[in-house]
Design a protein around this ligand. Structure first.
Ligand code: TXA
Ligand code: MG
Length: 325
């Protein structure tokens, strides 16, 4: 596996690999993505194979701008234009009816496609230079913690053929908001940094935050239910009051104290919600490397405004699933 910094050579090598049907891991403002030519079923099949991802879990197609998005969507809407103008490039993924050029494997056989324009110069340069959309699931084995630094990608896969473009630490640290525009009512399928309040303000209509139910939602978005974002070590969320009971054998991820109360390993977290979100996956990777029986995670700090409340809700969802038995 090779890792290469940003710059024209890195992008050129990335484009060469994508054109040859190979995989390129790339940085985004949320987490690292595992890229492949979105219009090549063979290239996309390698992404599913490397991640061990169930074939019915669709991938997000990363595009450089609205006009590229329109190439993979058949049924673009005025609401999509409004949101693209307001939030792209940025951590908002839009689900819309798919165009026929999109291979079935990308959409999990479904009738919609998810499109997102990432706000990272390396990601944008890669897509622009390649000239075609690229798929980009988070670059982790299916179900494991998402990567926010290139080392996470390198450590997760034993793949000689994978180029990792190094864009440093991802800014937001948790995945994009996924908004379904393919039904009558705009519906958030995955909470993220961009909150429902901001989408609502921008569209001027009520939107819905979908409450996932395992019995009925398997088909709609199978990646959005049950255990996910999980360390190999069993993890649990605890309140501030419970921290004193952390066993010394448990790695502790906490923001309100400066030392493990019983002599074990502390991974110190920031006390503001945005910085906490940026740091959480890196902290979980680190905690997972501590030899121990458990990971204890202190509940994140309280939000102070609507933007922080949106991030806190997204974090809560990620941590519930990371600690799901
Ligand atoms: O921030 C992000 O979105 C990152 C970066 C790399 O862009 N990507 C990412 O991809 O998180 P992934 O594959 O790890 O998560 C995408 C989620 C999955 O839960 C999948 O089920 C859902 O989006 N999804 C993809 N296409 C969909 C579709 N057509 N309809 C409904 N959900 C979809
Ligand atoms: Mg993922």
């Amino acid at each position: 596996m090779s890792e290469i910094g940003i710059g024209p050579e890195g992008i050129a090598l990335g484009v060469q690999r994508l054109s040859a049907g190979k995989l390129v891991a790339f940085p985004t403002e949320t987490v690292y993505g595992l890229g492949a030519d979105a219009l090549s079923a063979d290239a996309v099949a390698q992404v599913f194979a490397l991640k061990g991802r169930p074939s019915n879990n669709p991938l997000i197609v990363h595009i450089a701008d609205e006009s590229m998005a329109r190439r993979v969507v058949d049924g673009w809407t005025p609401q999509a234009t409004t949101l693209a103008k307001a939030f792209w490039p940025g951590p908002l993924t839009l689900v819309l009816p798919r165009a026929s050029c999109v291979p079935d494997i990308v959409t999990g056989g479904g009738t919609t496609v998810a499109v997102r324009c990432p706000e990272h110069p390396v990601a944008l340069a890669l897509i622009e230079s390649f000239g075609n959309p690229i798929v980009g699931p988070s670059a982790n084995p299916s179900g494991y913690i998402s990567p926010t630094i290139p080392e996470h990608v390198r450590d997760a896969f034993d793949a000689d053929d994978l180029l990792v473009l190094d864009g440093g630490h991802c800014r937001a640290g948790i995945e994009s908001t996924v908004l379904d525009l393919s039904t009558g009512t705009p519906t958030i399928l995955r909470l993220g940094v961009i909150g429902a309040h901001r989408i609502q303000e921008t569209l001027g209509v009520e939107i819905v935050v979908h409450q996932h139910r395992p019995e009925t939602d398997e088909a709609r978005s199978p990646g959005l239910i049950g255990a996910h974002y999980q360390p190999g070590t069993p993890a649990r969320m605890v309140s501030r009051d419970e921290l004193a009971q952390t066993p010394s054998s448990a790695a502790l991820v906490a923001w309100s104290i400066d030392a493990h109360p019983n002599g074990g390993e502390l991974i110190k977290m920031p006390s503001s919600v945005g910085a906490y979100a940026q740091a959480i996956y890196r902290a979980l990777h680190e905690a997972d490397r501590v030899p121990g029986t458990e990971i204890w995670i202190e509940s994140p700090p309280s939000p102070n405004d609507d933007d922080e409340r949106a991030i806190a809700a997204a974090l809560d969802e990620r941590l519930r699933r990371a600690t799901h038995a």
